[in-house]
Design a protein around this ligand. Sequence first.
Ligand SMILES: CC(C)(COP(=O)(O)OP(=O)(O)OC[C@H]1O[C@@H](n2cnc3c(N)ncnc32)[C@H](O)[C@@H]1OP(=O)(O)O)[C@@H](O)C(=O)NCCC(=O)NCCS
Length: 203
Amino acid sequence: MTDATHQVRRAVPAQAAHLADVLAAAFAEDPFNAWLLPDRRSRVARLQRGFKAMLSEMYLPHGECYLSGAGDAAAVWAKPGAWHVPGKVQLRMLPGLARTFGHRLPRALNGFEQLDKHHPEIPPHWFLALIGVRPESQGKGIGTDIVAPILETCDATGTPAYLETSNARNLAFYHRLGFVIRDQFELTRGPHIWTMWREPGEP
Ligand SMILES: CC(C)(COP(=O)(O)OP(=O)(O)OC[C@H]1O[C@@H](n2cnc3c(N)ncnc32)[C@H](O)[C@@H]1OP(=O)(O)O)[C@@H](O)C(=O)NCCC(=O)NCCS
């Protein structure tokens, strides 16, 4: 690990609200979330609710979540073989997602389903479900640092990694981390999506 990655710490369930705040601020202008939540004024508050539900029910208990030392960035991973959201977890997340998306809930669920259809089952891989840096802290290397612990695990264990993005600006960032474009498509009446894959490197 570099000095900078020593600043990154694993998040605990009590930090769900903090993680959700960071991610909501980071994703305020993200094309996928803007499509689901067109009202800019309420988008951040709604995203906080949705991310909190996903973190509390799925990613904090079953995945691995990281916070930057200053608390201004978050990365949320699903472990190899565990990216599917189990049915009972989906049910527990549903009230939070309904409060987030309101009458756009069917569009959101359909969007998630389309993403899942493109998600490879094998080989087992780490899935970077969410990564966000508060807008005022972007472009300072924090996003690079916060994914380092799991990318190092990928290299040490020979495990690939996978992600989805709707923001063309992120492609260069992910390329520098070793990801290549795996697939790209349009969501039905929605944004363009790139999926990206990273083969493990030398440990
Ligand atoms: C994408 C993101 C996690 C990168 O973290 P970061 O700390 O800003 O990135 P780093 O400083 O380590 O690397 C900078 C690179 O990230 C990319 N980048 C993407 N969005 C950026 C932004 N808003 N500001 C600065 N860099 C950004 C660029 O390729 C940049 O390189 P460049 O300066 O040569 O253009 C962060 O910018 C972010 O939270 N963006 C909004 C939310 C988001 O899109 N999350 C990913 C969803 S798939």
